[in-house]
Design a protein around this ligand. Structure first.
Ligand SMILES: Cc1cc2nc3c(=O)[nH]c(=O)nc-3n(C[C@H](O)[C@H](O)[C@H](O)COP(=O)(O)OP(=O)(O)OC[C@H]3O[C@@H](n4cnc5c(N)ncnc54)[C@H](O)[C@@H]3O)c2cc1C
Length: 287
């Protein structure tokens, strides 16, 4: 990365560390966790992928720049650097240097964006400095692997969960609620309600794709909507057409639900927004 861009990153990181993180060090220590808004801001700034090459959406810092950035981050609670340290270092560099092309294209983009947190799991109760003492085994089982063994002191292991990458709790709650409703509400009515919610969600996502392409053209994108802007526009038109063929009582019930949900979001989200951190600017954009 050239010196001018790096100076900007260094300055933004200094502001982030000193203006946002330092005043909240006690909160981090007392809660034994980095608050969600600080995490979201680090994601926006590209800190989850500062040492990952730019072709995978990282900032692509050189080793010397990495060291300078580490000195800025070292000014505050080390838990903050640990949050993205494994993505950039101990885990990320293994993939950059030694991963297969498939592993690199699958993981490095989401890691650079902070959507995935990676760990490097070497240490075991009987194997620290001496890796030849490793006892963990991976055995082929059909198309997958069975891994058995014990690990310890693995940074970010509690949040590095490659099994789901989906909001599991929400999915379970929705499945339970829908199953109960299916026992009491006529199925065609339930199907209409699900359809209207899904169609509106498709429209919101399609419009968001257009807005984000205009407002954030350089955002790292692991997946790009093909034939933009034709696809999102067609999606809005097609979903809108089907929406207006749904019966009036579906619209009425849906409006009621939307009202309740909006009240909930505005009442709760006001104080729990992960993105409403304020403070340091996003790298590469004016504050
Ligand atoms: C905060 C933190 C985060 C960590 N994160 C990770 C992680 O993400 N992933 C991971 O895999 N591990 C992680 N570790 C584990 C760390 O890498 C291990 O502590 C390290 O591998 C050393 O192992 P050990 O503590 O079992 O020490 P041991 O291997 O038992 O060594 C004990 C002491 O003996 C010395 N020693 C060992 N062998 C020899 C030798 N042959 N000759 C001379 N001296 C020797 C060592 O230098 C050390 O001083 C983390 C540890 C900490 C404290």
């Amino acid at each position: 990365m050239d010196d001018d861009d790096f100076d900007e990153i260094l300055a933004a990181t200094r502001r982030f560390v000193r203006d946002v993180v330092v005043p909240r060090e006690s909160e981090i220590a007392d809660g034994d966790a980095v608050p969600a808004d600080i995490r979201a801001q680090a994601m926006q700034m590209g800190l989850f992928g500062y040492a990952i090459p730019q072709r995978w959406g990282g900032l692509g810092l050189t080793v010397a720049q990495d060291v300078e950035l580490a000195m800025e981050l070292g000014y505050t609670a080390l838990a903050v650097r640990s949050m993205f340290g494994t993505n950039n270092g101990i885990a990320g560099q293994v993939l950059v240097g030694f991963g297969t092309a498939e592993q690199q294209s699958r993981w490095l983009g989401p890691m650079a964006a902070g959507e995935v947190v990676a760990s490097f799991a070497l240490t075991e109760p009987g194997a620290g400095s001496n890796p030849s003492g490793l006892r963990t085994r991976a055995v082929r089982d059909g198309a997958g692997w069975v891994i058995s063994g014990q690990k310890r002191w693995i940074t970010n292991a509690p949040v590095a969960d490659p099994r789901t990458r989906t909001p599991v709790n929400n999915t379970i709650i929705v499945a339970v609620v829908i199953s109960i409703l299916a026992g009491f509400v006529p199925l065609n009515y339930l199907a209409d309600m699900v359809s209207i919610g899904t169609l509106v969600a498709f429209i919101v996502v399609s419009v968001a794709v257009i807005i984000l392409r205009v407002r954030e053209p350089d955002l790292p994108r692991g997946f790009k909507v093909p034939l933009y802007p034709l696809t999102p526009i067609l999606s809005v038109l097609a979903c809108g057409y089907i929406l207006f063929s749904l019966p009036w009582y579906t619209w009425l019930a849906f409006s009621g639900w939307v009202f309740v949900v909006l009240v909930f979001y505005f009442a709760w989200g006001r104080h729990h927004s992960a993105l409403n951190g304020g403070g340091a600017g996003v790298i590469g954009s004016p504050r």
